[in-house]
Design a binder for this molecule. Structure first.
Ligand code: GLP
Length: 235
């Protein structure tokens, strides 16, 4: 794991963009993308760049079940706003939050991943070390699945909704194995709320209690953390 400790989020976005751009220039064709606040600065840098994605493909990590792509809380809406409107890809895939047949949707998405092997996967991390929506306890062999969100995740994500009751209880997510299949991974984490998750991910045992700890077994992972998120690493 290549751990890059940066001063603040602004510097984090700059360094993330350098890592991203290098992957782009080295010919990464399929980009696994993430939502949440952690990649916002990177997306801003990409929007401001001259990078062209008309011959590249994106596959998103996850989506809430029950929300349409037009719902402003959906990850599809987020991606349109933050990236796709300014930087259209040849093709962009996300799970369909309104799919009626859950099993068929899981199968459809897994097939998309098999047909479009991810070259570069971007990740945030939950305070319980979830990646995508792979909550503690998820088997490392898991591929795309429908998941029940952990209470900690509902709590963390309620800030984006009017009321806690409005946070969807289920989501579709690439599994841990799907994430590990990516050739290169970039994880971004900012703030003290992520410090314990980062410590456990980087220095703890590889255990399903800490979903992101599986990244220790991946040959090409970069982790960008600000000083607050890195605070427990040097103790
Ligand atoms: C959500 C998403 C994750 C994301 C995480 C952290 O639950 N499913 O993909 O990485 O939360 O979000 P943030 O970057 O806003 O802290």
């Amino acid at each position: 794991m290549d751990i890059k400790i940066v001063k603040n989020q602004e510097e984090g976005a700059k360094v993330a963009f350098e890592v991203f751009k290098e992957a782009y220039e080295n010919g990464a064709k399929v980009f696994g993308l993430a939502t949440g606040s952690s990649p916002l600065g990177l997306y801003e840098k990409i929007r401001q760049s001259s990078l062209d994605f008309s011959d590249r493909v994106s596959v998103n990590l996850d989506e809430y079940a029950g929300l349409s792509s037009e719902d402003e809380h959906s990850y599809h809406y987020f991606m349109n706003e933050q990236l796709f409107a300014a930087k259209p890809f040849l093709k962009s895939y996300l799970p369909d939050g309104l799919a009626e047949d859950i099993d068929a949707e899981v199968e459809r998405y897994e097939k998309i991943l098999q047909d479009n092997p991810v070259d570069f996967q971007l990740l945030g991390i939950g305070s319980n070390a979830h990646i995508g929506f792979n909550e503690p306890g998820t088997p490392f062999t898991q591929r795309t699945h429908k998941v029940a969100l952990a209470q900690a995740t509902i709590e963390a994500n309620k800030r984006f909704f009017e009321r806690e009751e409005d946070v969807p209880r289920f989501a579709y997510s690439m599994g841990l194995q799907s994430i590990m299949d990516a050739k290169q991974i970039l994880l971004i984490a900012f703030g003290e709320k992520k410090a314990q998750a980062i410590l456990n991910t980087v220095k703890g045992d590889v255990t399903t209690d800490v979903p992101a700890s599986i990244l220790q077994k991946h040959p090409n992972v970069t982790i960008i953390v600000d000083e607050a998120a890195a605070a427990l690493l040097n103790r």
